[in-house]
Write a protein that binds this ligand. Structure first.
Ligand SMILES: Cc1ncc(COP(=O)(O)O)c(C=O)c1O
Length: 485
């Protein structure tokens, strides 16, 4: 463990800081807090002992002790005297709700499959973004296509992955969901007065299904990987494309939500060919692509031919960035930018600057993130085997969730009574069209092991209740429409 920070080095970082406008201990705490917030004083740094800092600064030890106490109270210093206290960020800033891995009503939230930020990395990116911001302030602030520096960084990442891409093939969006809505507006409007058709996997990502329904298009579901069927049924995909010639096909081949499956490369090649032959715009959602838990090899679908790729930093880094992108042909990107202005006039610039910094250090947070997810995936599988042995869940290749087959069609009933046992669930039918998937529920392994255990025990109790009172199932109301991610 590194020793305490040198007091002279801290004094240098602080620069001239005393204004005599308030009590010295408060000013000292303020300057240290600012250093932490703007990233110049890294997190987890042991501060100098009170004695050494007071000697270096030529102030009383009481002042330094009071400043450290205030920093601890504000959450910027871990407990422990002097050198034992380390810089950190408060769990919740004043006036800001504690971050939600649990829902506002205190329930454990299993409807969201999302992770907290890769703390320090994201924080550093925002500090750097604030330094870059002054250069943008003289501009209008509208960047319909996204900031050039970020478009270039996204394009470079595709190029490095074997898919040559230039910045004019990238449109920066406020996340993947926003990207999909833009694409649907541009590609799936009514044709000759009839709703457009959109091929979807079945099950699929609920917010995508909602966006398709909301755009007035009709979803054409094609089954993906039921039990005993490890991958996509490409014969069925090809047949649907050939027969219906849908305007759009929306697929999540990279750790599919909710099953976590990875489409093998030969299927990717067939998919691209079949979509091209049908004149269908192939939309590939790569939001989960970096959550490759088993280290499997696969190429971007775009490496096999024409498609529209959608990406996001939400799962790899943090959903709070609300930053994603579309990669497509130049002319398509121009059309999508024109459509975008019906929804918004560009994304926030500070987030895009931060995203550009994250792109430069893209891999940095991933090893720790993936290691934690692998552990939690294993924990959840063990907990289900122990407490809910009648549930079946195939091991996912990656992503954030287990798609569990229930012993009976009780998904909606379970969702309705689960809050009474302390958890919030998304019912299986939200992942399908026409009421399918009553036999399924998606459980994320994004919570810490302790919370996963609490959640699984709660689900066991809820299932017991349904088994003990089967008549309950008929009497239950519609489940509340919870937000899902
Ligand atoms: C497949 C898929 N697409 C899109 C999204 C939404 O991503 P974003 O937060 O970038 O809008 C998610 C989030 O869970 C997802 O799993």
């Amino acid at each position: 463990m590194p020793g305490a920070m040198n007091p002279a080095a801290l004094a240098r970082l602080m620069g001239p800081w005393q204004s005599a406008a308030g009590p010295a201990y408060r000013e000292l705490a303020d300057v240290v807090r600012l250093l932490v917030l703007d990233g110049r004083l890294p997190l987890d740094t042991p501060l100098p002992s009170e004695r050494s800092l007071s000697e270096t600064l030529g102030m009383s030890r009481t002042t330094v002790t009071a400043a450290y106490a205030l920093l601890r109270e504000q959450g910027f210093l871990s407990s422990g005297q002097g050198a034992k206290g380390r810089t950190r960020l408060p769990r919740s800033a004043a006036g800001v709700a504690a971050p939600g891995m649990s829902a506002p009503d205190g329930l454990l939230d299993l409807a969201y499959a999302s992770l907290p930020a890769s703390g320090e990395v994201v924080h550093r990116a925002f500090s750097a973004a604030l330094n870059d911001l002054p250069a943008l302030l003289p501009g209008f602030g509208y960047e319909v296509l996204g900031l050039p520096v970020l478009r270039e960084a996204v394009a470079a990442r595709y190029t490095a992955a074997g898919v040559p891409t230039t910045a004019d093939q990238i449109l920066i969006t406020s996340g993947a969901q926003h990207a999909l809505n833009i694409i649907l507006r541009a590609e799936a409007g009514p044709r000759h007065g009839r709703p457009a058709k959109v091929l979807v996997e079945h099950p699929s990502y609920p917010n995508a299904l909602d966006a398709i329904a909301g755009s007035g298009a009709r979803a054409l579901p094609v089954a993906v990987g039921g039990p005993g069927q490890p991958h996509w049924d490409l014969d069925a995909v090809e047949a649907t494309l050939q027969q219906h010639r849908p305007a759009v096909a929306y697929l999540v081949p990279d750790f599919h939500n909710p099953t976590g499956k990875l489409m093998p490369d030969p299927q990717r090649r067939r998919l691209v060919r079949a979509a091209a032959a049908a004149g269908t715009v192939l939309v590939i959602d790569e939001t989960l692509r970096d959550l490759n838990l088993n280290g499997l090899d696969s190429q971007h679908v775009a490496a096999f031919g024409s498609c529209v790729s959608v990406g996001s930093l939400s799962k790899s880094h943090w959903a709070g960035l609300r930053t994603g992108w579309i990669r497509a042909g130049r002319e398509q990107i121009r059309r999508y930018a024109a459509q975008r202005t019906t929804l918004d006039l560009g994304g926030p610039l500070t987030e895009q600057l931060a995203a550009a910094h994250l792109m430069a250090h893209f891999e940095e947070p991933l090893p720790a993130r993936l290691a934690a997810l692998r552990d939690q995936r294993g924990t959840l599988q063990e907990l289900l085997a122990e407490h809910l042995p009648t549930w079946q869940a195939a091991a996912p290749d990656g992503g954030l969730t287990l798609w569990c087959r229930l012993p009976a069609p009780i998904s909606t009933a379970l969702t309705v009574i689960a809050p009474g046992f302390g958890v919030r669930l998304a019912a299986g039918p939200r992942f399908g069209v026409g009421g399918a998937f009553e036999h399924y529920v998606r459980i994320p392994y994004t919570l810490d092991p302790g919370s996963l255990e609490t959640a699984v025990r709660a689900l066991r109790s809820a299932q017991n209740r349904l088994e003990a009172a089967p008549q309950l199932r008929r009497a239950l109301p519609e489940p509340p429409r919870v937000a899902i991610a």
